[in-house]
Design a protein around this ligand. Structure first.
Ligand SMILES: Cc1ncc(C[n+]2csc(CCOP(=O)(O)OP(=O)(O)O)c2C)c(N)n1
Ligand SMILES: [Mg+2]
Length: 637
């Protein structure tokens, strides 16, 4: 006879989640650190009640906005290298759909988070329940169906016993290095409260092993041959390097072969910034070093990267006609990009194997010497930008320089959207692999403070600096309240440049002159040409319970940072910066911004000409080992 235990569906879910563990390299971790939630009629008698009576001890954290709680969960799981995660619980309707942006951000970044959302009654007799969006053509459709394209696993639990088979699928996906992302369970509010005799084995401690899959042997042999045939190879290190904890293997491989390493946002920190083979950030927000080496490369080894348009400079980054690609990736989908030799496998395991297969290969001493020279030149450029002053108002470079100088090597910087991520990719000198916690897969305005909360939960022994623009701050600042409530200390540096400086720059690139990007009052002409808006961010932050102050000079900023570090609570430092003083692009750093083909504005037409010139440098990478194809059309007669 199967032993059973009578529980509600909600209680069964929580009791199950509390027993899940992961293991990698022989080390076990409890997988769920707890649950972020906001309650409503869609969960109060179900999962919310289960949390309250949870004997397994499943901590509950109250957030201010459902989107933010997913960001916090992402910030946590990212810093834990995906070996720890949170569940997020919402009511039905707006609470649930508020999570869509967070879900997409988790999925695009390959970071695990479990979303538990209330849904309409499965019984239907009382329908439409409050907040139920009825679909006239199907009673089986609800607002929660909007999650389907933005999660890796989607399910709706219409009978209690369905969780017996759904929950293992949830865990399989959350712990899969290749498939992980947001996972969604829609939970009709009556079903959450229904009791069922669940088999007791379901609640036994379970350990999910995170594999280190090895690539195909023939593919390794081909990759090793290609490496041996190359003279100007470069590595592009992405998030997969960090999540697989492959940084030591990467360093050993780079030092053995003399292959330099460029980094994406998710991969930054894979090598310390001052390593002789470090090129720093690549592409649109890349360093001069990376953007000089990449275009001349005859071999690119992508490790754990999706090759988005930022590191590839919209596919203009690779200009050698015979350039070839080797991609190490747990996801087949990414491994095949750019007609690469696909090494479908774990970054660490694959690098270790490749290191043996390449034998005594090493790049020429003059190549390595050039890389070292570029590395040192770049460091001098960082110093120059940090010291570059324009007088009255601080530059963003000065602000980043002051924050970096105040931080210990292990301290963490968090940001996501605007001009800060690009400037940080260029400038921030990563000394510790976990110090750079930038969400740029989705570049979500509003991630910053919530993501910082999650980072702080994951690393309470590190200072967490949240760098946030005034635009992003206004999109989601509310979690400062949560930081205060949870006593999770953040040092928030609010960079106030009175609008969207980043979008202003790309607006100028398309000839649109920064239209609609400034926070100005609507003037008598009907346009936004009135005075600049004066928002009192200090009082806003104080109102949410944080310490806050405004600084105007570098000495004031340095002192404020020092005080913030010395104190115990969350501090917001508001600093005005110059709108125009942006860190420039270096060398090959074009970003394709769709630009009008015709316009009445001469600036737009000039921008289109510049656009067409860059378009001509764009490459399709289609046949493995064959010369690349230039973008554009030429009929094959
Ligand atoms: C949710 C969301 N909406 C819109 C955008 C497009 N966007 C990118 S940056 C940006 C402006 C950010 O302003 P701010 O935070 O002040 O940073 P700044 O550009 O001034 O550095 C906008 C609107 C986005 N990334 N995310
Ligand atoms: Mg701004």
């Amino acid at each position: 006879m199967t032993k059973v235990v009578r529980l509600t569906t909600g209680q069964a879910i929580i009791n199950y989640l509390a027993q899940q563990h992961v293991e990698r390299d022989g080390v076990e971790h409890r997988f769920f650190a707890g649950l972020w939630g906001i309650f409503g009629h869609g969960n109060i008698g179900g999962v919310a009640q289960a949390i309250q009576q949870s004997e397994a001890g499943f901590p509950y954290y109250l957030c201010r906005n459902e989107q933010a709680m997913v960001h916090a969960a992402v910030g946590y799981a990212k810093l834990k290298n995906r070996l720890g995660a949170f569940a997020c619980l919402t009511s039905i309707g707006p609470g649930a759909t508020n999570m869509v942006t967070g879900a997409a951000s988790a999925t695009i970044n390959h970071v695990p988070v479990l979303l538990l959302a209330g849904d309409a009654f499965a019984e239907r007799v009382q329908s439409p329940v409050l907040q139920q969006l009825e679909h006239p053509a199907s009673q089986d459709t609800s607002a929660n169906d909007v999650f389907r394209p933005v999660v890796r696993y989607w399910d709706r639990i219409n009978r209690p016993e369905q969780v017996i088979t759904a929950l293992p699928e949830v865990m399989r996906v959350l712990t899969s290095p290749a498939d992980t992302g947001a996972v969604f369970l829609g939970l009709p509010q009556d079903i959450q409260t229904y009791a069922f005799d669940f088999p007791v084995e379901m609640f036994a401690r379970r350990v999910w092993s995170i594999p280190r899959n090895r690539p195909d042997r023939d593919a390794v042999a081909t990759a090793a041959r290609w490496i041996r045939e190359s003279s100007r190879p470069v590595i592009f290190a992405g998030g997969g390097v960090r999540y697989s904890e492959a940084t030591d293997a990467l360093r050993a491989f780079a030092e053995q072969t003399g292959i330099p390493v460029a980094e994406t946002h998710a991969g930054k920190g894979s090598l310390p910034y001052d390593h002789p083979l470090s090129l720093g950030g690549a592409g649109v927000s890349g360093t001069l070093a990376a953007n000089i080496i990449a275009p001349a490369a005859d071999l690119v080894i992508g490790i754990g990267t999706r090759f988005t348009d930022f590191p590839t400079a919209s596919k203009t980054a690779f200009q050698d006609p015979d350039v070839r690609f080797i991609n190490i990736n747990v996801a087949e989908f990414d491994a095949f990009k750019h007609a690469a030799v696909p090494l479908v496998g774990d970054a660490r395991a694959t690098l270790e194997e490749l290191a043996v297969a390449v034998g005594d290969y090493a790049t020429a001493p003059d190549y390595r010497a050039r890389v070292l020279e570029l590395n040192r030149e770049w460091d001098a450029e960082v110093e120059r930008v940090y010291a570059h002053s324009v007088g009255d108002v601080l530059t963003q470079g000065e602000v980043i320089g002051a924050v970096e100088a105040s931080a210990d090597a292990r301290d963490v910087v968090v940001t996501s959207a605007g001009s800060l991520p690009g400037d940080l990719l260029k400038l921030w000198r990563s000394r510790d692999v976990d110090s750079y916690q930038v969400e740029y897969g989705y570049s979500t305005m509003g991630y910053e403070i919530a993501g910082g909360l999650g980072a702080k939960q994951a690393a309470p022994d590190r200072e967490v600096y949240v760098m946030v623009g005034d635009g992003s701050f206004q999109m989601m600042s509310n979690e400062i309240t949560t930081a205060v409530q949870e006593n999770l200390k953040l040092i928030v540096v609010l960079v106030d440049n009175k609008g969207f400086s980043s979008v202003g720059r790309v607006s100028e690139q398309v000839g649109a002159e920064g239209f609609g990007c400034h926070y100005r009052l609507r003037g008598p002409s009907g346009a936004y040409d009135g005075p600049e808006m004066q928002l009192d961010f200090v009082r806003i932050c104080q109102g949410m319970g944080a310490k806050a102050l405004e600084v105007r000079t570098l000495p004031e900023l340095r002192a404020a940072l020092q005080d913030a570090r010395a104190g115990t609570g969350t501090v917001c430092i508001v600093v005005q910066t110059d709108w125009d003083e942006r860190v420039r692009g270096y060398a090959n750093s074009w970003w394709e911004m769709a630009t009008p083909q015709v316009s009445e504005m001469p600036a737009v037409n000039a921008a289109r000409e510049e656009f067409d010139r860059n378009k001509g440098r764009q490459r399709y990478l289609m046949i493995p080992g064959a010369p690349f194809q230039q973008a554009g059309t030429e009929r094959d007669e």
